[in-house]
Design a protein around this ligand. Structure first.
Ligand code: BGC
Length: 429
């Protein structure tokens, strides 16, 4: 099999999010969702991967794998358990964790919001209530005051488009609403939150004497295609799907350009509100009518049933770059593969796309470092490079994790590595 070299500037990392790995009885919206029996499984966020207790072990595993940068999130409901009350112990815990990763040579990339809200915030209307933006920004201020001397790379909000559509368009995420007007409102409010957070983080760190601040969002990007390549009606559906799900979101968040159906509620000026293009990419949707999420029988799929389409990453990077010419950070890219039977092939195919990219790509965060709590599907869907036995919490680096380790060490896939790790693997249909 062929080998390839990776771009010089590309740093290789892995990602997680707090609620998905930490465990503990934290009052965030997803744990409330679990209590209301709204998950597809009986698993509990209180267990997850017990990272709150095992953070040191997990960082040691990353260090042994040579992970260069780690994208993780802090849990707002831990930092601010009651409105306006900040938990110094939780802050100190996260500081220890960040200090230790830096000591181990791992560069932190901190996500401030990854799907979960404190329950008290949701009760006040969450991001559907424009006046709550200032509450989010107060939390951002506390986070930067607490960690700003250690962290220069920030993702303000993870996948606002998934958060809004899944939570407010009848897709089963909290708060379980089904109202397209609310989707627009939430996205408009969140865009304002991001823009203000972008400015605030830069301002605060500049005052601390730092000039290397990098702030962006992690946008969930899909590749789209028509079911029937000859259908003009389906082509139109592709344009509408893309527009509503990602283009309009990217324009508002990254450029401050609010186009229908989003609204500029804060009088934001058009500009550039990101230092990198954070791309979370997983799959391609086939479309007959707007909003469809279909797969074709002949295409390879992962254990979630999502099409495996690595070249889609290059398509979505170009789309985003056309909206805002900044370097790309692949803030998430991963695969649900319960038995680790094709993850190495996926890594090989996905990184090959980056090796050929004409757009500058500075980061790649494989999702996820660990098997973790996959939202509605709990412990049943495995994305990790490291296997977690949730009963015993034993961690074991998977074969794909060893492959990634060698890729990082060589900053390349050699022919010999490809033969050892990838040859003979196949995706299933
Ligand atoms: C989310 C992750 C999630 C992953 C796989 C992304 O949309 O940011 O939290 O685990 O997809 O579903």
């Amino acid at each position: 099999m062929n080998g390839y070299r990776l771009p010089k500037r590309l740093m290789l990392g892995a990602g997680t999010s707090s609620a998905q790995i930490e465990g503990g009885a934290v009052d965030h919206t997803w744990r409330e969702w679990e209590k209301k029996k709204r998950l597809h499984v009986n698993d509990s966020f209180t267990r997850a991967a017990d990272h709150w207790e095992r953070w040191k072990e997990d960082i040691d595993i990353m260090a042994a794998m040579g992970i260069e940068t780690y994208r993780f999130s802090i849990e707002w409901a831990r930092i601010e358990p009651k409105a306006g009350v900040f938990d110094e112990e939780a802050i100190a815990h996260y500081r220890r964790e960040i200090e230790y990763m830096i000591e181990c040579g791992i560069r932190p990339c901190l996500t401030l919001h990854h799907f979960t809200d404190p329950v008290w915030f949701a009760r006040r209307g969450g991001f559907a209530e424009p006046s709550n933006a200032k509450t989010f920004l107060r939390y951002v201020g506390v986070a930067v005051r607490s960690f700003g001397d250690l962290v220069s790379d920030y993702v303000t909000i993870n996948e606002p488009n998934v958060y809004a559509y899944m939570g407010y368009a009848g897709q089963g995420f909290p708060p379980g609403d089904n109202n397209l007007l609310k989707v627009q409102r939430v996205l408009s409010v969140m865009a304002g939150c991001h823009i203000r957070a972008y400015e605030k983080i830069h301002r605060m760190r500049e005052r601390m004497g730092f000039r290397d601040t990098r702030v962006g969002i992690a946008l969930h990007m899909r590749a789209f295609a028509t079911m029937n390549p000859l259908s003009a009606v389906q082509s139109r559906s592709v344009v509408i799907s893309k527009w509503c799900f990602q283009d309009v979101v990217a324009k508002a968040f990254l450029r401050g350009t609010f186009m229908p159906p989003l609204q500029n509620m804060g009088g934001f000026k058009a500009g550039v509100y990101c230092d990198f293009l954070g791309v979370n990419y997983y799959t391609r949707n086939h479309v007959i009518k707007p909003g469809d999420d279909l797969t074709r029988p002949q295409d390879p799929k992962d254990d979630y049933g999502w099409e495996i389409y690595p070249q889609g990453l290059s398509e979505v990077m170009k789309e985003l770059y056309a909206i805002c010419p900044r370097p790309v950070w692949v803030t998430e890219s991963g695969i649900c593969d319960d038995n680790d039977s094709f993850r190495s092939l996926f890594l090989y195919d996905q990184l090959a796309v980056l090796a050929k990219s004409e757009i500058s790509v500075e980061r790649y965060y494989y999702w996820s470092l660990l098997d973790n709590f996959e939202w509605l599907d709990g412990e049943t869907k495995r994305f990790g490079l490291v296997h977690v036995d949730f009963e015993t919490q034993k961690r074991t680096v998977k074969r794909s994790g060893l492959f990634y380790q060698e890729i990082i060490r060589n900053h390349a896939v050699t022919e010999d590595m490809a033969d050892r790790y990838v040859k003979g693997l196949n995706y299933h249909l």
